[in-house]
Ligand binder design. Structure first.
Ligand code: ARG
Ligand code: GLU
Length: 721
């Protein structure tokens, strides 16, 4: 009884106000004045206007979307920017060769002429944002069908964007908030001449690797440095050696005193996706079906790859980047399931939905709009369930071996030739291109790779079969039963060995004389096109219709929740737009008998050192600096170099590289991760357990200055002590 009442109180505090408890929330910079007093109460000494101001330079001018999914910040008036090592990773790899392995050894430009252009990398700066809800919803009546509604909105959006960009070089986009209850216009300046300036060696930038990933205490020096270039008018321009360093309207000053337990901090960046309004049905699907399925498939893939990577350095290099991505999602979902479970997320949602239904049925007006919502959600989610899984398995399992990926490109070749009515000659030309691609695939140590890829294929397809296809996909079930005595693994083994796609000679033979009929009878292509046809032609169109219905339910549901809690300040779910999260440097207790402190120091790197384990090798130079306590100005008052710290800022994927600022808006850290216990915060936030993990700016500068000797970069920055 006592327990129950505790749970009830909790449920109310989380759901009745729904949000803005403790440190939850990712706030729109334009509307930050509403949060100002709360932020100041928590310790902020600057104003909302210092953070976002359209007419004067403000901190927002120092923050950028880095590439398509990370954040970065300017730290000099010459366009120098900081982001994470894992955000710069692709560009560091692209500049690395066996002879000049910048990924392993690090890279430091000692002057601007040594900086390396990064083709394809862009930097997006927000010029201004505007609430355009009324303009977007002009002419939208409740009587319109969903499709009519979408069309009116599309037309309106087109007009607004043209208006915002027709007389300037800006790029604009409009994004829906609260499931289309609100719309904001974002006008951006996009720079494409971006150059790599510095990156620590892997065993600093990725220290602890996937073992430490998503975990506290952490010792990863997860940063890299770039510079934005512009034309002589300080405007965006494609790469040119005549371009000059961009002068931002604002850059961040660096506070070398750092922050301590209890201090105010805020994170300014581009969080990607959160789903705080999901109903109990959706959370149940994620916690009990979707995440577990993803985890199971990825566990089997990781087992195969990890074994391979331990066999040779060449194998490690070949699979490392892919494995980092697989492992990142895998580990996050494990944490998410645990967190949802621990919080009783589904039960809490059900409890809230009961309250919502009571509220929704008080007046006839409400009843007409909101009365049936929860029931409708339930119906649609149960209708979507197996289709959702079919799509999930296609992406997570079926398409994860190279056999199937290569098969997929051959099938699209056939699709293309049908769609575009290609002549035989034209089709052969396309097939010749495919041969070229496959050539490098087979050239690259294929025999070793084949064993690994075959294991991936057989293992993942077997999970797909046992957990889904056997009961949902008659075609495969019959195949396995009739030709392979019900043994799916034997079937998949047969498919791999007998497909032309697993033999260089056979591939060339089949593609040199491209004949769709022959190709479609290949066992791998036959299997894939059966799955592909069913998912793409049947499932996805169905799913699109259901999802659009679900979305329109959420539009009403969220409107209802806001009406029900009028007077509350709601934050919209993350959607890769600029947000401010704020909180305090704060310890936590992950489990019984364990307390976590707020900071780690360089000492912990030495404690974790293990020359036998790839991810825990420590550079000699770093050990030497540690031994001699040669810390320069980067030590704290106790004479240690802080490496990372945790705080209660509400962040998610996309916030990587975000500036973490102190009460005065000075840079004290770079956000790079969340703690494992808090990864369910994309769905439900727990003030007790949710922490963001930041690189302490003192460790970052210590590495640049003392380890790399790149004093040229330090001299560009403005340091306050
Ligand atoms: N967990 C962090 C994020 O979600 C870091 C990922 C990169 N690091 C890694 N060891 N895989 O992006
Ligand atoms: N590492 C994540 C990123 O790349 C940030 C961690 C999180 O999901 O909060 O954005």
């Amino acid at each position: 009884m006592f327990k129950k009442s505790i749970i009830l109180v909790f449920a109310f505090s989380l759901f009745s106000p729904f949000v803005s408890i403790a440190d939850e929330g990712m706030w729109l910079p334009l509307l930050l004045n509403k949060r100002e007093s709360d932020m100041q109460k928590k310790g902020m000494k600057i104003t909302a206007k210092d953070i976002y101001d359209v007419n004067n330079s403000s901190l927002k001018d120092a923050v950028m979307l880095f590439g398509g999914g990370c954040t970065g910040e300017f730290v000099s008036n010459e366009g120098l920017l900081l982001t994470n090592h894992h955000c710069g990773y692709g560009n560091i790899v692209r500049h690395s060769t066996v002879e000049r392995d910048y990924l392993t050894n690090g890279f430091w430009a000692m002057n601007k002429s040594e900086e390396l252009p990064c083709e394809g990398l862009s930097i997006t700066l927000l010029v201004y944002m505007e609430d355009v809800t009324n303009k977007v919803l002009k002419g939208v009546e409740d009587s319109l069908s969903q499709l009519e509604r979408e069309n009116v909105i599309k037309d309106n959006i087109k007009k607004i964007i043209t208006e915002a960009t027709n007389s300037n070089h800006y790029k604009a986009e409009i994004k829906p908030f609260f499931y289309g209850n609100q719309y904001f216009l974002y006008v951006n300046e996009v720079f494409t001449d971006v150059r790599l300036v510095g990156a620590p060696p892997s065993n600093i930038g990725k220290f602890g690797g996937d073992t430490d990933n998503w975990m506290w205490p952490r010792h990863t020096g997860d940063f890299s440095i770039f510079r934005v270039y512009a034309n002589k008018d300080n405007k965006p321009a494609g790469y040119s050696k005549d371009n000059i360093p961009f002068t931002p309207k604002k850059f961040l000053k660096i506070n070398l005193n750092g922050v301590e337990e209890g201090d105010f901090t805020f994170v300014f960046g581009y969080p990607g996706t959160t789903q705080q309004f999901l109903t109990s049905h959706a959370v149940d699907r994620i916690e009990n079906f979707e995440d577990p399925a993803r985890i199971k498939v990825r566990t089997s893939r990781l087992n195969v790859y990890n074994q391979a990577m331990n066999q040779s350095p060449a194998q490690r290099l070949r699979y490392a980047a892919g494995v980092a991505g697989i492992a990142n999602g895998w580990k996050k979902w494990i944490g998410e399931v645990k967190g949802l479970n621990r919080l009783g997320a589904v039960e809490r949602k059900i409890e809230f939905e009961k309250q919502f239904n009571v509220w929704a049925n008080i007046t006839q007006d409400r009843k007409d709009v909101y009365g049936g919502l929860i029931k409708d959600f339930e119906k649609l989610y149960s209708k979507a369930a197996s289709i959702e899984m079919s799509y999930l398995y296609l992406t997570e399992a079926v398409l994860c071996s190279d056999l199937m990926k290569n098969g997929r490109s051959i099938i699209s070749l056939i699709d293309k030739s049908e769609r575009d009515n290609l002549s035989k000659g034209e089709m052969q030309k396309e097939a010749d291109k495919a041969i070229e691609k496959l050539k490098s695939y087979f050239a690259n140590d294929y025999l070793n790779h084949k064993e690994i890829d075959k294991s991936i294929f057989v293992e993942t397809m077997n999970i797909y079969y046992e957990d889904f296809a056997k009961t949902n996909f008659q075609w495969i079930k019959e195949k396995v039963d009739n030709n392979f005595k019900g043994n799916a693994k034997t079937y998949f083994d047969y498919v791999y060995e007998n497909s032309f796609l697993s033999s260089k000679k056979e591939s060339e033979k089949h593609l040199r004389k491209f004949n769709p009929k022959n190709i479609l009878s290949d066992p791998a292509i036959e299997l894939l096109s059966a799955i592909w046809g069913s998912v793409i032609e049947k499932d996805i169109p169905n799913l699109v219709v259901i999802d659009s219905k679900i979305d329109s339910l959420y539009r009403l549901y969220v409107r209802g929740i806001m009406e029900m809690n009028s007077g509350k300040d709601f934050y919209p779910d993350a959607n890769l737009t600029l947000r401010v999260a704020y909180g305090n440097v704060k310890p936590y207790k992950p489990r019984d008998g364990v307390n976590y402190f707020t900071h780690t120091t360089i000492k912990g790197i030495m404690e974790k050192e293990n020359p036998e384990i790839y991810d825990y090798v420590v550079e000699n130079k770093l050990k030497e600096l540690y031994k001699n306590k040669d810390y320069g100005r980067y030590a704290n008052s106790k004479g240690e170099v802080p490496v990372a710290f945790i705080a209660s800022n509400h962040t998610t994927g996309g916030n990587s590289g975000s500036p973490v600022m102190d009460a005065n808006g000075n840079l004290v850290g770079i956000n790079f991760d969340r703690n494992w216990e808090g990864t369910m915060s994309d769905i439900i936030y727990d003030p007790d357990q949710c922490r963001n993990i930041s690189l302490d700016i003192r460790y970052c500068l210590f590495i640049i200055d003392k380890f790399a000797g790149a004093k040229n970069l330090i001299d560009e920055m403005t340091i306050v002590e």
